[in-house]
Design a protein around this ligand. Structure first.
Ligand SMILES: Cc1ncc(C[n+]2csc(CCOP(=O)(O)OP(=O)(O)O)c2C)c(N)n1
Ligand SMILES: [Mg+2]
Length: 556
């Protein structure tokens, strides 16, 4: 290993961590390392047009593959650019390692020098200052260990003059996997199982919410069996959306985005069991979703206080699958088999209650976004990945049915717009099958429209649907409600078909929803990304927005 420059050795250490894709934007601080990475067999290199998006692509890559996302940026301005996406990744608990240059450690003055660690730490991410040439292996291992074991984004900062000195050699790199404990599934204590079984035996209207932890643990059928014995309805958090879509007892997504029918059923629930879901502010709709319910959690790391609120009354510390199985076994031993909340009448209610019954006037030449989503849901095959954009329009796509949670991507916990194009690009890079659909707002897409060039240059194929209301919809609906002039948030509907063409992609202006099957065939037959522009009404206000407006404040 000797005679290697440190950047080369660092690239090899990253490869030893199993890295097979890197998302970069180069500068002095990372270009040597990025070039060395690109020469390693089996590593694919991508280059974005904004650092935020390089990291966003790495986040998407993780979301599609479950592998640690890896990005690289230069020092100073390269690092200041990524604070929003780091915050987003921290909230979504994404295992992510960002290789960042630092300004030269031996320079007395350097124009791009800033103290990077506090900036990164302010986002909640971990910062590794790699300032000793001797300890470089330890630094890389710490970065991957923290990212993977703690699911915490980590930035590895290496002064770029240090990167160029010769690695003095040392023992072979030992990857983080050798250090990460593998204790197996956590089993619940018998007392906690008995307590929950008591509650279930007495419950008349239980609902189980499955979250990301349930997806990761492969708990779907264990939860479905528990729900059957308990007579429980099924729901999911937003990130686990789709897990129980095949069940007639599934009410879909819990939380602020829940359908009208789901809200009615949750309002009467007397027991809610969260399995592998930490019951965020979003999932419980700020406490408004199930006010009457006793709340139990089955989780590896149960939280009593979540997002400022009490998150449960009873806690089973357990892996989602093992916990659900233990409770089911206990109920069976006791001979419990409840009808609970399950009846023909409830199945009919779930089937027949519209997602949102409220009607709005739709101006000629515009669509009701609910019709756009319903038609997309019908036409887009169920095995595609769906990426949620942001803004007001993101409510509607939540109600697409029949897609696995592994194929649904919503990293929205930080509430930032503009992230989804790069997340979708990372997913498209991982899948390489053209079956990725991003559904985005016009304002959010324009925030990082430059990435259409990345899409084109790397020959990635995906479909972008723009719900184009010609405005910052989230803002106009709030301004209108508060009786203010909405014009400051209205920009007119951008011509996304022309924008797509300008970037060498293909675009379509949808004027009739009947066009979808044929434009989908065109997309499938071609080899470039497509943007479909849907002029949507700015009069349709989502139920979530209507409730936020009534409250006068809330989490977007
Ligand atoms: C980075 C960032 N800037 C500003 C906001 C405030 N904001 C929330 S939603 C929104 C409008 C987004 O517009 P668009 O993508 O067109 O979606 P729409 O609300 O119109 O459906 C804005 C500006 C934010 N959440 N994040
Ligand atoms: Mg908009």
């Amino acid at each position: 290993m000797s005679n290697l420059p440190i950047y080369e050795m660092l690239a090899q250490a990253f490869a030893s961590e199993g890295v097979d894709a890197v998302f970069n934007l180069m500068g002095d601080g990372n270009m040597h390392w990025a070039t060395a990475m690109s020469k390693i067999d089996g590593v694919q290199s991508f280059h974005a047009r904004h650092e935020h998006c390089a990291v966003g692509m790495a986040v998407g890559y993780y979301s599609a593959t479950g592998k640690t996302g890896v990005a690289s940026v230069t020092c100073g301005p390269g690092v200041t650019q990524i604070s929003t996406i780091l915050s987003t990744a921290v909230r979504a608990r994404v295992p992510l390692v960002v290789f960042a240059g630092e300004s030269p450690i031996n320079a007395k003055w350097y124009n791009q020098a800033i103290d990077q660690a506090p900036l990164v730490n302010a986002t909640g991410a971990h910062y590794v200052r790699a300032h000793s040439a001797k300890l470089m292996h330890e630094y890389v291992r710490e970065a991957f260990y923290t990212a993977r074991y703690e699911r915490r984004p980590t930035v590895l900062g290496v002064p770029y003059d240090l990167q160029k000195i010769t690695w003095s050699g040392g023992p072979e790199y030992r990857p983080s996997a050798e250090y990460i404990p593998q204790p197996g599934r956590t089993l619940p204590s018998p007392e906690s199982v008995a307590r929950l079984a008591d509650k279930i035996a007495a419950a008349k209207r239980p609902i189980i919410i499955g979250g990301r932890g349930a997806v990761a643990s492969g708990a779907q059928s264990a939860i479905e069996e528990l729900a059957e014995v308990a007579g429980a309805l099924l729901a999911t958090s937003l990130p686990a959306r789709g897990m129980f879509d095949a069940s007639p007892y599934s009410v879909g997504v819990a939380g602020g985005f829940a359908s009208a029918g789901a809200r009615e059923l949750f309002a009467e629930a007397d027991l809610v069991i969260a399995v592998g879901s930490s019951l965020t502010y979003y999932t419980v709709d700020g406490g408004a979703l199930f006010p009457k319910a006793y709340v139990a959690q089955i989780d590896e790391r149960p939280l009593g206080l979540r997002d400022g609120a009490r998150a449960g009354d009873l806690f089973l510390k357990a892996d989602a699958k093992a916990g659900a199985e233990a409770v089911t076994a206990q109920l069976k031993r006791r001979g419990v088999k409840n009808a609970g909340y399950r009846s023909k009448e409830v199945v009919e209610r779930i089937k027949n209650t519209p997602i949102d019954p409220v009607e709005f006037p739709i101006a000629p030449g515009t669509f009701d976004p609910r019709d756009v989503i319903a038609e997309l849901d019908r036409v887009i095959p169920k095995d595609w990945d769906i990426v949620s954009g942001s803004g007001h329009q993101s409510y509607f796509l939540t109600h697409m049915r029949g897609r696995r949670p592994e194929n649904f991507h919503a990293m929205r916990e930080f509430g930032a717009i503009g992230n989804s194009i790069s997340i979708a690009l990372g997913i498209a890079a991982a899948r390489g099958n053209g079956k990725v659909l991003l559904i985005e707002g016009d304002g959010s897409l324009l925030m990082h429209i430059q990435e259409l060039e990345t899409l084109r240059r790397h020959g990635l194929k995906m479909l972008i649907v723009v719900n184009n209301d010609g405005a910052y919809g989230a803002e106009i609906h709030k301004l209108r409600h508060d009786g203010l002039d909405d014009r400051e948030a209205i920009f007119g509907r951008p011509d996304f078909a022309a924008i797509a063409k300008g970037f060498g992609l293909r675009g379509a202006d949808v004027t009739d929803l009947g066009q979808l099957p044929s434009i989908l065939r065109n997309y499938e037959a071609g080899d470039t990304a497509n943007i479909w522009n849907f002029p949507i009404s700015d009069q349709v206000v989502s139920p979530r927005m209507r409730r936020l407006n009534v409250k006068g404040h809330g989490v977007v």
